[in-house]
Design a protein around this ligand. Structure first.
Ligand code: SAM
Length: 287
């Protein structure tokens, strides 16, 4: 499913010390609480830039530019880039960057509070990318899904485990609320696996790059999205129970049968379409 990254990365890194975890990197001490793992492998960086495929016909946004590993090569391709960086020191460095500072609009803030619809320019598609801070990647994805109508595509580096959950199908342990909500809004394409050594400091786990492409028209439409979220949360909060039990506050077996859904199934056995049908049944019958 993934393109495996060629392991010959050590020769291509821009820090030859071989020690990826001690001290500062490019004069910056990595902050764990901001999920700072800086990309150092030039081949991985080049592959990601190809996947982002930035262009001047789009409004481009980077989440967490950090020390500029992706920012600098993107600025070689396009004239203007929006970046969102929470770390004051890193935002300062970008404001004073010798080559690209004039190309950047810097939002020094938490990406979780960003109103992405404000960034979209008329007649331009919104393209978002980032090597995301792992500690907030799931809430950030949920936040971004709220803007899926105005986003053309997103390219993200995530923990591989999160990517596995994003692309999972029913009947598997990885299939959960994140899977259903992500696939409700978007097509998810896993692109590249990245080893820990591609970063400084090295994370403990593998990472992966994924493309998230919001559906132009959704395959299944929930009349009330909040209701869909509630039903999916209730089912997966008790994923070992049958939906007869976990969803008993919402549905009787008679309703399950009406919708052609076996009440003996567990949360992970239901398709996205079935969850949407359940949510729409409730929405219709309470109106
Ligand atoms: N893009 C750089 C790279 O690839 O080397 C840095 C990636 S690092 C994994 C994550 C970046 O996101 C850091 O620069 C960090 O300060 C920033 N960050 C962390 N939490 C953030 C938040 N809530 N909003 C915006 N930026 C955040």
């Amino acid at each position: 499913m993934f393109k495996k990254h060629n392991n010959d990365y050590k020769k291509k890194t821009n820090n030859s010390s071989g020690n990826h975890n001690k001290g500062s990197y490019q004069g910056h001490h990595a902050r764990k609480n901001f999920g700072q793992n800086f990309l150092r492998d030039q081949q991985v960086i080049a592959n990601i830039i190809n996947l982002i495929a930035p262009g001047d016909q789009e409004t481009v946004v980077e989440i967490g530019p950090g020390l500029g590993a992706l920012t600098e090569p993107v600025c070689e391709i396009i004239k203007h880039l929006n970046v969102i960086e929470i770390d004051r020191d890193l935002a300062y460095r970008l404001r004073h960057h010798p080559f690209i500072r004039d190309q950047l609009t810097i939002y020094e803030q938490d990406a979780l509070t960003m109103d992405f619809s404000k960034l979209k320019e008329e007649d331009k598609n919104l393209k978002i990318y980032g090597n995301l801070p792992y500690n907030i990647s799931t809430p950030l994805l949920f936040h971004l899904f709220e803007y899926s109508d105005v986003i053309a595509d997103m390219t993200f580096m995530l923990q591989k485990e999160v990517v596995d959950r994003l692309v999972a199908g029913p009947d598997s342990g990885d299939y959960g609320k994140l899977t259903i909500m992500a696939q409700y809004f978007a097509k998810i394409v896993p692109c590249l696996e990245v080893p820990p050594e591609a970063f400084t400091p090295s994370p403990k786990v593998y990472s992966a790059v994924v493309k998230v492409i919001p559906h132009k028209s959704k395959p299944y439409v929930a009349r009330d999205y909040d209701l869909l979220e509630q039903i999916v949360s209730s089912a997966f909060n008790q994923r070992r129970k049958t939906i007869h039990n976990s969803l008993e506050n919402f549905f009787t077996d008679q309703i399950f049968n009406e919708l052609d859904i076996d009440p003996k199934m567990r949360a992970e056995n239901l398709s996205i379409e079935q969850y949407v049908n359940l949510a729409n049944y409730l929405a219709e019958h309470r109106e």
